[in-house]
Ligand binder design. Sequence first.
Ligand SMILES: [Zn+2]
Length: 226
Amino acid sequence: MATRSVSLSGTDKEKASQIVEASQRLVSIGMNRGSCGNISARCETTFKGSDSFLVTPSGIDPEKMTPESICLMNMSGETVEGGKPSSEWRMHRDIYDSRPEIHAIMHTHSPFATTLACLQLEVPPFHYMIAVTGGNTIPCAPYALFGSQELSDSALDCLENRYACLLAHHGMLALGHNLEHAMAIAIEVESLCEQYWRILQTGHLKILSEKQMSAVHEKFRDYFKK
Ligand SMILES: [Zn+2]
């Protein structure tokens, strides 16, 4: 078993276990297959004096993942020896760098989100639950090569004030205040994409107005107030 040169705090050890569980859950509910997709969580352990995050390793099937195989990476993209981090680490790093309120990120190649992403479609406000993603649409970031800085830049632009976006010809990104929140967003986005895909089969589309969506955002603000 790999040992770390940087020891994780108790909270971060717990987060590494939660990342493994979340990766396995995404597979069990059909949101990812094989080693597709990746998950990260901002952590409190610092590494070489920099803030850091935990991210799933590259090419390891979630079934075989252990908390020890989750990579610790800092904001300069340096990682502790051992597992190779997900090729999409730049997207995770750049989101944590520019969105202080985000503490967890999930990236999936889930079937319906990916189908719409391959059509380069933005999901319009056909259902009020679109509002949980922070905006009135789920935008689709223009295509860029996987693992590239260009893809990360493209996703970050699209995610302004939002918790989710599609990535053209690739998949989706879901952001949250914690792992549970990011998981809820990812599942909701996949469900909305399935509904929208079904609507597209009918050749009809009715969408909510800006005023109706504003009322939903208002109600969600009260609903989620702690
Ligand atoms: Zn991907």
